[in-house]
Write a protein that binds this ligand. Sequence first.
Ligand code: GRF
Length: 202
Amino acid sequence: MFKIAVLISGNGSNLQSIIDGIEEGKLDCSIEAVISDKSNAYGLERATKAGIQTYILDKKIYGVNLSQAIFEIVHRKVDLIVLAGFLPVLDGELLEKFKNKIINIHPSLIPAFCGNGMYGIKVHEEAIKYGVKVSGCTVHFVDDGTDTGPIILQKTAPVYFNDSAKTLQERVLEKEHVALTEAIKLLIDGKVRVEGRKVEII
Ligand code: GRF
């Protein structure tokens, strides 16, 4: 059975979409661990409710050793790590040993509105301020940059004249839930081939 770990920092609605995908039989995998860098992340409750083992690795306590602590938990235990609203940047052995085995979901069409400091509602505020007509989300592999790894798939969402950051965020979030499940399914089925920066869906 394909095994995954899901890393979260907050609400965990993307985590919920994976849990639902498994329960509905769309995703043939098991979640071996949910790891949060925040002890009050609501996603931890979602995980517990679904009977999934949770770990809290407080960034304030682990500091620069956070990635290593995550590595100790997931090493030889999972095939894929899913960053679902996880804020800290990963590094070291975790990135090396899990090359092209860590994916992230970002709430914009990368390379727009991404990179350092671009997370949460800020992404949507910037999209609205800029006046783009289309936004969306991106599922990509994680490398040593911020939101820079090879793109697996993107989904678009329209931006309307009267949108607030909040209404746009809600519209994009719905797309995220679909995109993340779809990307995980492609990876489980071995349908993702990486060639440099480009990803082929085979
Ligand atoms: C999502 O918008 C995701 O793209 C971003 O953080 C948010 C997390 O939402 N990385 P949730 O915790 O999954 O509800």
